[in-house]
Design a protein around this ligand. Structure first.
Ligand code: UDP
Ligand code: MG
Length: 317
């Protein structure tokens, strides 16, 4: 059995040598234990501006099992992961972050879970105590909303997962441009399980997900995977229209029977309320139109500048 390890990297010069060393040592253990017979590393350099590319070129010259895809610019974490998935040749494929926040020691037990008959092993973090209260709470809200909106996503699982070849082949048939990878695998199906791990601090370098990017990622995730926000628009729109109808009949009755001077509040308050609701819903609809726009353009999801030690891409669709 051949194991592919996919690592997306963006400006990871500080931590990458440590990560690769650790994985190299571990992979010898897995081979010795006969968990697998061969290990390949598919490392995607997502347009790093630091010495990541240089380091990778060096490593891949010395070691043919280190395969490198270099993007022409920064295309983002999801695109990098996708490229890894498209080029990985293994029978079992695992993806993890470059910063050792996804403990590689877990791969051994993930392999065991695969042997027990699972096709997808999701690694999820046990607790979020190293995160700030803010990140913790926003993450909770995000997973809660995702679940409510019908996207079946494993709580506290990011992109540390192991899949078998048949799962990956099914996944690669998903043609969408707006890919939210962690919510796509549950749709693929097949037997799966979750393993839990502690999540240490980033070993070196700094996070590439500041608040703005996190928010973008969350909105993208939601609108890529759920039409519920659109439905909420219709339902609330309907309710507000019914209310307006009531208001209308009420004002007509008052006009006919009472001739009262219309109050300022009852004119102005609904004005602002309706204005706000309309803008919000236009925004939500806009999000989806934006998605349709990017899908229709069907631009390449990433552009490769250089490949080292790599064969052809697995073309499925
Ligand atoms: N990453 C990437 N492209 C980007 C941003 C991040 O390939 O535009 C990689 C990064 O190198 C790391 C992984 O995605 O391997 C996760 O990023 P990070 O550790 O910064 O996220 P966090 O763990 O803080 O959520
Ligand atoms: Mg990280």
């Amino acid at each position: 059995m051949k194991l592919s390890i996919i690592i997306p990297c963006y400006n990871e010069e500080e931590v990458l040598p440590l990560t690769l060393d650790r994985l190299k040592i571990l992979s010898q253990e897995w081979i010795a234990r006969e968990d697998c017979i061969e290990v390949e590393f598919v490392i995607v350099d997502d347009g790093s501006q630091d010495r990541t590319a240089e380091l990778l070129t060096q490593y891949s010259k010395a070691d043919k099992s280190i395969k490198v895809i270099r993007f022409s610019r920064n295309f983002g974490h999801q695109a990098a992961l996708l490229a890894g998935y498209e080029f990985a040749k293994g029978d079992v494929i695992v993806s993890l972050d470059a910063d050792l926040q996804d403990p590689p020691e877990l791969i051994g037990s993930m392999l065991d879970s695969i042997k027990e008959g699972n096709d997808i092993v999701y690694a999820a973090r046990k607790s979020r105590e190293i995160d700030s209260l803010f990140k913790r709470k926003t993450a909770d809200v995000f997973y809660w909303i995702m679940k409510k909106f019908g996207a079946d996503i494993v709580p506290n699982h990011a992109d540390y997962r192991m899949v078998t070849r048949r799962v990956l082949n099914a996944f690669l048939k998903f043609p969408e441009n707006n890919l939210f990878i962690r919510a796509t695998f549950p749709i693929v199906g097949f037997p799966s399980c979750v393993v839990y791990h502690d999540r240490p601090e980033r070993l070196a370098g700094k996070t590439k997900y500041p608040f703005r990017k996190m928010l973008e990622f969350a909105i993208d995730g939601l609108t890529s995977f759920s039409v519920v926000p659109l439905r909420i628009c219709s339902v609330v729109g309907l309710l507000v229209s019914l209310l307006a109808l009531l208001m209308l009949s009420w004002s007509l009755i008052v006009k006919i029977f009472g001739g009262a001077i219309p109050g300022w509040t009852s004119t102005v308050a609904p004005l602002y309320l309706l204005g706000g609701v309309q803008l919000l819903f236009l925004g939500i609809i806009g999000e989806y139109i934006g998605k349709i726009y990017t899908e229709v353009k069907n631009r390449p999801r990433y552009i490769i500048q250089e490949m080292i030690n790599l064969g052809e891409k697995n073309v499925i669709r």
